[in-house]
Design a protein around this ligand. Sequence first.
Ligand SMILES: Nc1ncnc2c1ncn2[C@@H]1O[C@H](COP(=O)(O)OP(=O)(O)OP(=O)(O)O)[C@@H](O)[C@H]1O
Length: 205
Amino acid sequence: MELLSSIFDNFFEAGYLALILVFQQEIRKFLLMVGSYNFTTKKSLIRHFHFLKNQNKESINTDVRLIVQACKKLAITNTGALIVLQRNGSLDFVKNTGDEMNAIVNIPLIESIFFKNSPLHDGAIIIKENKLVATRVILPVSNERTIPQRFGLRHRAALGITEKTDAVALTVSEETGQISYMKNGEFVLFNDHDELMNIMSEDLS
Ligand SMILES: Nc1ncnc2c1ncn2[C@@H]1O[C@H](COP(=O)(O)OP(=O)(O)OP(=O)(O)O)[C@@H](O)[C@H]1O
């Protein structure tokens, strides 16, 4: 009987270990999100309780149309861009790698930042609601092996930040002018810009 119980004990211990190993990415992301989550803001709490959504009147939603329009303009001139859109989780751990800003977002501002000769064009920008809160930010790069080789560091950085936090990201490829949208460490597919705006509006509302 004792032998049987020790076999079961070992079996369950090995099971826990296997579970931790299998889900280590998810556990890491969860802990990062809990660690960086700003539970004190009313908005972040309300976002978690969707049944209270209608009472969230004073929150400002990100102007998705404006950001997609800016990306379309950048795409026409093959100007590379990396835009991170903050949601509930704090991005302070990456914000510190760049320059903090506090500017209302508009299309010429986004265009001028990513203009190739601009001193601010390197790295990512972070937008929170309708404010540009940081420029020249260095993001953690995704190590995911399944990302196709044609995607370089800009795309890997966008995937990396969305893998580690609840933020979403947009890239404009300097090589192809292609606009990509990333969430949860994956590319989100869309057929046209209207669909992209709808998906983003849903994610950022
Ligand atoms: N870790 C990072 N965090 C933020 N920005 C980054 C990071 N790594 C690279 N970038 C930005 O991406 C730019 C281009 O990188 P790279 O050419 O390797 O990307 P890519 O995915 O091939 O994109 P593109 O299609 O635009 O060439 C860099 O000049 C830099 O501005």
